[in-house]
Ligand binder design. Structure first.
Ligand code: GCO
Ligand code: MN
Ligand code: MN
Length: 396
């Protein structure tokens, strides 16, 4: 009997990992790597065996920064062969605009215009690589777009240059005739002291100021919203409501720490439960239809076998949470509490759905007694306990 929580693209699972995630060799700021680097072609084989659907990459995860054009073409060819051999796709590509010291003061927001030009040119090459591999989404994570001191530049200049660079790249992609979407990823800090556009909410507003807002959406990450103690569920909800959830970075994180990039579901299980519930649409709203991407890595303690335990854990926890969320939403007691709270027996809700003379008159006529309204309990204690019991496997 196959385990229902084992992932498989054949049963519709669309799990993806970055080359840099399962390929993370366990280095940290205090010590070097603890396991060998797994070559990209072996990562492809390993991910296919683990039941993933696709693999994503930064340009330099595959092609070293200083590779010659011939070396590049060879690496890309080998990688494409591995993808074909193992049936994996590349739905997303991104550009490393943070590792090389040239980006020490930013890429699209660097004070030096020559650095900004270099960054745009590197992003163009990264996008070309993505297109060659079949990607339809391009992620931009501006890790170095920020400052340690605001003496460096007025952030309005930084934001203006950021906008110019993204507008330039959108214009170029359109000119090439490519049907690509850009997904912008926010993070509050690390590696910069403060990174511009610190949250998904900041990013959603910034997108509306771009020349081609329809091409751009967000790539929220669990860790990046949780680091400052914000709600990933609300970030994703706002993005989905705006039709802007173009990609997602799933992992786990404890509040207030450095970016931990832990195995999905391994911290804040309740947050993960409500996130999966929202992404899968078990509560009634439309589901997210993009890949379920993991931007996380194995503990530094692990050897290569531990990396594959980590990858399996991310996907299994996601699938288990899908089942738990579906059971929660199908639970008659849950439905009864929600229906009771949302009932609106006097048909008041529609009065507020649009200002006009008749709604205004209806609003003024309503008999509303705040003291009586204030006596109503909402049974959220029971509702939340039901969520917890489904989550803990005590109810099915
Ligand atoms: C981080 C980021 C990155 C990006 C990646 C893809 O905090 O390091 O999450 O992992 O997601 O560069 O754009
Ligand atoms: Mn990320
Ligand atoms: Mn991150």
């Amino acid at each position: 009997m196959p385990d229902p929580f084992d992932p498989s693209p054949d049963s519709g699972d669309r799990f993806t990992f970055g080359l840099w995630t399962v390929g993370n060799p366990g280095a940290d700021p205090f010590g070097p790597r603890t396991r060998p680097r797994i070559p990209p072609t072996e990562i492809v084989a390993g991910l296919a065996k683990a039941g993933a659907w696709g693999v994503n990459l930064h340009d330099n995860d595959l092609v070293p920064f200083d590779a010659s054009p011939t070396e590049r073409d060879l690496l890309v060819k080998e990688f494409q062969q591995a993808l074909a051999d193992h049936g994996l796709v590349v739905p997303m590509a991104t550009t490393n605009l943070f590792s090389h010291p040239v980006f020490r003061d930013g890429a699209f927001t660097a004070s030096d215009a020559a650095v900004r030009a270099f960054a745009v040119r590197k992003a163009m090459k990264g996008i070309e690589l993505g297109v060659e591999l079949g990607a339809s989404t391009v992620v931009f994570w501006g890790g170095r777009e920020g400052v340690e001191t605001d003496a460096a530049r007025d952030c309005r200049d930084g934001l203006g240059w950021y906008r110019e660079c993204l507008d330039f790249l959108c214009g170029w992609v359109k000119d090439q005739g490519w049907d690509l979407k850009f997904a912008l990823e926010a993070k509050p800090n690390e590696p910069r002291g403060d990174i511009y556009l610190a949250t998904t909410g900041h990013m959603l507003h910034f997108i509306e100021t771009l020349e081609h807002p329809e091409m751009c959406g967000v790539n929220p990450e669990v860790a990046h919203e949780n680091m400052p103690g914000l709600s990933m569920v609300h970030a994703v909800g706002q993005a989905m409501e705006a039709g802007k959830l173009f990609h997602i970075d799933l992992n786990a994180q404890r509040i207030g720490r450095y970016d931990q990039d832990l195995r999905f579901g391994s911290e804040d299980l309740k947050g993960a439960f409500f996130l999966v519930r929202m992404l899968e649409g078990t509560c009634g709203h439309p589901a997210y239809d993009g890949p379920r991407h993991f931007d996380a890595h194995a503990y530094r303690t692990e050897d290569v076998d531990g990396v594959w335990d980590f990858a399996a854990g991310c996907m299994r926890s996601y699938k288990i949470l899908v089942a738990r969320a579906a059971a929660f939403d199908a639970d008659p007691e849950v439905q009864e509490i929600l229906e009771h709270n949302h009932a609106d027996p006097d048909g008041i809700g529609p009065i507020l759905a649009g200002f006009n003379a008749s709604n205004l008159a209806a609003l003024e006529e309503l008999v509303l007694d705040p003291d009586s309204l204030a006596t109503r309990g909402h049974r959220y204690e029971r509702l939340d306990q039901l969520a917890m019991e489904h989550l803990m496997g005590a109810r099915s």
